[in-house]
Design a protein around this ligand. Structure first.
Ligand code: UDP
Ligand code: MG
Length: 306
C-alpha cells in the first residue's frame, strides 16, 4: 500500500488546525490503495498550535510534528516537513483549508496511474482577496515569467503532490533562501495542473503583510534571475547612445559641440560608461551567488541500461 505524506506548515494556526485535521482525515478515507501520514511543522507559533499538535501526536499515530525554535518562514517549514516525510508521495497543504482536501483523491490517482511525477493545484481566481494584493501579485508573476525562464505562473502555488523522485530532487536543493515555486519549476519533472477555485481561509488571518509579500517577490526574482544585474548594463548603453545622438545633432546643426550640449554629452557618456562597468561587476557577483547555492548541475529522472 502506498503512503502519502501530508506536509502542513503551521504558523499560529490554533483556530484553523482542528477543522483542517477533521476535513483532511475525512478526505483521505476516500482514497483507495493509500494510507497517509501527517507531518505538521510548527513554524515558531506563539499561540496554542504546539499544544494542538501534541494532542494530535498522542491520539493519532499517523500524526507527527516538528516545532521550530522561532519563526523561520513557510519555505523553511516546507523543507523540514519534506525532510521528515517517509511517504511514497508527498503533498504540501496550507493549514487554513485554502487547499481543498477533496482534490487529494484526484491528485493521487494522477500521480499513481497517469505517469505524472507531480499533480498540482492551479488556483483559477483570487476571489475574496484584497484588491491591492491581487493587482501586485499579478504584476509580479508577469515580471518573473519574463525574466526567469521558469514556469512560475499566477495561481501555480505550493499545493502539489509529488512522487519520491521529485521530492528527493527538491531536497537536493539545499540553498538557505528558498523560493519553493522556483525550486519546483527548477527541478523539472512532468506536472499535471488541476484547476480549483480560491476559497477564503477557514479561520485565523493571513500571515503575509504587503511588506513580507514584497520581500518574497524580490527573493523570487533574485534567486532565479540575474536580469536585474544586466539592467545597469542596458541603462549604461542607452546613456552612451543618448550622448552620441546629442553630440551628433549638435555637430550636424553646425552649432559645434560646446557649452551646455557638451556638458550634457559628457555627463551622459561618463555615467553610461560607469553603469556599464557596474553591470559587469554585477554579472560576476551574480555568477558567484548562483555558484554558492551549490545546486545540482542536472537532475536525472530515469536511467536505462545501467
Ligand atoms: N506559514 C508558515 N510560516 C509563516 C507564514 C505562514 O508556516 O511564516 C503557513 C501558514 O500557517 C499556512 C501557510 O503557511 O499554513 C500559508 O499561509 P497563509 O494562509 O497565511 O498565506 P496566504 O494563503 O494568505 O498566502
Ligand atoms: Mg492561506
Amino acid at each position: 500500500m502506498d503512503k502519502i505524506s501530508i506536509i502542513v506548515p503551521c504558523y499560529n494556526e490554533e483556530q484553523a488546525l482542528p477543522e483542517f485535521y477533521r476535513a483532511v482525515s475525512a478526505a483521505v478515507e476516500e482514497i483507495d490503495g493509500a494510507e497517509c501520514e501527517f507531518i505538521f511543522v510548527d513554524d515558531g507559533s506563539r499561540d496554542h498550535t504546539p499544544d494542538i499538535l501534541d494532542s494530535l501526536a498522542c491520539t493519532d499515530k499517523r500524526c507527527r510534528s516538528i516545532s521550530f525554535s522561532r519563526n523561520f518562514g513557510k519555505e523553511a517549514a516546507m523543507y523540514a516537513g519534506l525532510q521528515n516525510a517517509e511517504g511514497d508521495y508527498c503533498v504540501f497543504m496550507d493549514a487554513d483549508l485554502q487547499h481543498p482536501p477533496a482534490l487529494l483523491k484526484e491528485m493521487y490517482r494522477v500521480v499513481s496511474t497517469e505517469g505524472y511525477d507531480c499533480c498540482a493545484g492551479l488556483r483559477e481566481d483570487r476571489t475574496g482577496e484584497k484588491g491591492v494584493r491581487t493587482v501586485l501579485s499579478r504584476a509580479f508573476y508577469k515580471v518573473i515569467r519574463k525574466i526567469c525562464k521558469l514556469d512560475m505562473g499566477d495561481g501555480k502555488g505550493d499545493f502539489r503532490m509529488m512522487n519520491r523522485a521529485m521530492a528527493d530532487s527538491v531536497l537536493e536543493l539545499k540553498e538557505y533562501n528558498r523560493y519553493m515555486k522556483g525550486i519546483f519549476s527548477f527541478v523539472g519533472f512532468d506536472t499535471k495542473w488541476i484547476p480549483f477555485h480560491n476559497v477564503e481561509r477557514t479561520a485565523g488571518e493571513t500571515k503575509w503583510s504587503l511588506r513580507s509579500l514584497f520581500r518574497y517577490a524580490v527573493e523570487g526574482i533574485l534567486s532565479f534571475s540575474s536580469v536585474p544585474a544586466t539592467l545597469a548594463g542596458t541603462t549604461g548603453a542607452l546613456l552612451v547612445i543618448a550622448a552620441i545622438i546629442i553630440g551628433m545633432c549638435s555637430l550636424l546643426t553646425g552649432n559645434g559641440l560646446t557649452g551646455i550640449p557638451l556638458l550634457v554629452c559628457l555627463i551622459l557618456l561618463l555615467n553610461g560608461i560607469q553603469m556599464f562597468f557596474i553591470s559587469i561587476v554585477g554579472q560576476y557577483a551574480s555568477k558567484d551567488y548562483i555558484e554558492s547555492k551549490n545546486r545540482p548541475i542536472y537532475i536525472v529522472k530515469k536511467k536505462r541500461g545501467f
